[in-house]
Design a protein around this ligand. Structure first.
Ligand SMILES: C[S@@+](CC[C@H](N)C(=O)[O-])C[C@H]1O[C@@H](n2cnc3c(N)ncnc32)[C@H](O)[C@@H]1O
Length: 213
């Protein structure tokens, strides 16, 4: 059953899905750096968490190669419809892509990925139920790379109104931007992050701990 947060997020993306791809240009270098942090190898299985319209599919598949596999999920029907078009075209070209239209709280992955991309999926990062479900299905040692928005450091605090306003059209939990990784990081070892976008974003990575469930 979708939660109230799931339904609110789906409603947000009903309004933003059509213009989503056009809005992502400025964060493209961060997407590429986030994918690089996964250090993908041929033959691996990679998970795209909250894949949106599938903008990361090609780069992820280049990393795992023709012998590898991409699993992706997305709960917004409008975002998923665009991802499905990309997935269909890639499958027709011989790539292995499995795409689910479901929430992070309910998805059943069907395979344990070697690496997971967590790119600009703040509401998933802030959902304990989503993290419980996903981490119950991944194996210790899985590599994870995460990027998203955060609040500016305290000396730039007045600018946080801007950060909040930028996040509101996309995130139900737009107010939880102080340490957005705080529920994720304890499940990872060797977690490290760096600030991006003059302090309004972050890029992090780590590997899943043995006792992360
Ligand atoms: C800012 S978009 C990012 C999409 C994609 N990861 C990208 O990098 O372009 C956030 C996506 O997360 C999805 N999302 C939010 N909460 C979710 C949840 N609980 N389960 C699945 N998808 C969710 C939204 O529908 C939206 O497509």
């Amino acid at each position: 059953m979708p939660t109230a947060d799931n339904l609110r997020s789906i409603e947000l993306y009903r309004r933003t899905a059509a213009g989503y791809d056009a809005s992502t240009g400025p964060t493209w270098p961060i997407r590429m750096r986030c994918i690089e942090r996964l250090t993908l190898r041929p033959g691996e299985t990679v998970l795209d968490v909250g894949c949106g319209t599938g903008l990361s599919f090609e780069a992820l598949l280049q990393g795992v190669g023709r012998s590898g596999r991409l699993i992706a999920f997305e709960q917004s029907p409008e975002m998923h419809a665009q991802a499905r078009q990309r997935a269909d075209a890639l499958r027709a070209d011989g790539w292995s892509v499995e795409l689910h239209c479901t929430s992070a709280e309910e998805v059943q992955l069907g395979a344990a990925p070697d690496a997971a991309l967590w790119h600009y999926v703040h509401d998933i990062t802030r959902s304990p139920a989503a993290l419980d479900n996903l981490f119950a299905q991944v194996r210790p040692g899985m590599r994870l790379a995460v990027a998203g928005m955060k609040f500016f450091p305290w000396w730039l605090a007045p600018l946080n109104l801007l950060a909040w306003l930028k996040n509101r059209p996309y995130n139900v939990h737009a107010h939880e931007l102080h340490e957005p990784w705080s529920l994720l990081a304890p499940r990872l070892e060797r977690f490290e992050w760096e600030a991006t976008q003059w302090g309004m974003g972050y890029l992090g990575s780590g590997v899943v701990k043995a006792a992360s469930r």
